[in-house]
Design a protein around this ligand. Structure first.
Ligand code: GLN
Length: 304
């Protein structure tokens, strides 16, 4: 079945699942987003775009930013990054502090908050204006110069991010954060507050389906080996504490955010993004996860 036919069928069947779950409310500015949105886009490596529902509406990418921040940090640090961040699933919620003490401030992986704070610290060391460096990277990947972060969302998270602040101070006490905590948190909250649509994100992630090369310009963004490793990390750690269940049900490398977005990809074929703000307990979009499961079932595609 082709991508657009699969999306049309998903649209028919997903309706009862839309709005089931809870919109993230611990970031006050996100609590007012309607749970009833649903959008999905698939961008093929041949440039063809399939979409359905609210696929062109921008939403808060939240932890999906961790994927692109990691790509930027790996581009500058290469494999030395792994001295500061691990690559094992954590088996704990994305904002947990529990392993940091026994593991001396080295976060389990770059997709939990602790790991993303270390990655953000690296970007702070490498760029004069690290929040805009990420925005510019996303503009380039999606070929969309109007991408921005939402100031109200970043300020709302920044004013209430005590838990991430505790984590950052703790990591710094082990010497694994080099810049001032305040600067790292400002940057982190702005990265999370970037707004993009499903079409823009599906396009932005497609280089990971193309061995690290931009499918349209052929620019090498990551070596083939690093691109493969990021895909492995997405599969094992990209959907919080449900990564095992997600791999079982969907079978694709993916990264989710509490704004309700999930990006995924099929190697050599396409980038995918789905958005529906109501989340299941682990923080993944309920309808979004289900839609991706339907997509791989309908098309018969997976990485296995
Ligand atoms: N900004 C959110 C936080 O730090 C991102 C979390 C997420 O999307 N899982 O809590």
């Amino acid at each position: 079945m082709d991508h657009q036919s699969a999306l049309n069928e998903i649209w028919q069947n997903i309706q009862p699942a839309i709005g089931r779950g809870k919109v993230a409310s611990y970031i006050p500015e996100l609590a007012s987003v309607s749970p009833n949105h649903f959008g999905m886009a698939v961008v093929g490596l041949d440039g063809r775009v399939a979409m359905v529902g609210d696929a062109c509406t921008r939403f808060s990418i939240q932890s999906i930013s961790k994927l692109f921040a990691l790509v930027m940090a790996l581009r500058s640090e290469g494999d030395s990054l792994w001295q500061r961040v691990g690559r094992e699933p954590s088996g704990t919620p994305f904002n947990s502090l529990i392993q940091l003490e026994s593991e001396q401030g080295k976060p389990r992986n770059p997709f939990i908050n602790a790991g993303a704070l270390v990655v953000t610290d690296i970007l702070c060391s490498r760029h004069l204006n690290p929040e805009m460096a990420l925005v510019e990277f996303l503009r380039k990947l999606s070929d969309e110069p109007t991408i921005e972060y939402n100031l109200a969302v970043s300020q709302s998270e920044r004013a209430t991010c005590d838990r991430n602040a505790a984590m950052a101070h703790f990591i710094r006490s082990f010497g694994n954060l080099h810049n001032p905590v305040e600067q790292v948190l400002d940057t982190y909250c702005r990265h999370c507050a970037v707004e993009m649509s499903c079409v823009e994100l599906a396009r932005a992630v497609s280089f990971l389906a193309h061995h690290g090369r931009n499918p349209w310009s052929d620019e090498v963004l990551l070596t083939q080996s690093l691109a493969k490793r990021i895909n492995a990390l997405m599969l094992t750690c990209g959907t919080y504490d449900s990564a095992g269940d997600f791999a079982f049900r969907v079978g694709l490398p993916a990264k989710s955010g509490v704004g309700g977005g999930i990006v995924a990809l099929i190697p050599n074929e396409c980038g995918i993004c789905v958005w529906s703000p109501a989340l299941e307990e682990s923080g993944n979009s309920h309808a979004g996860s289900l839609a991706l499961e339907m997509f791989t079932s309908l098309t018969g595609r997976s990485v296995f």
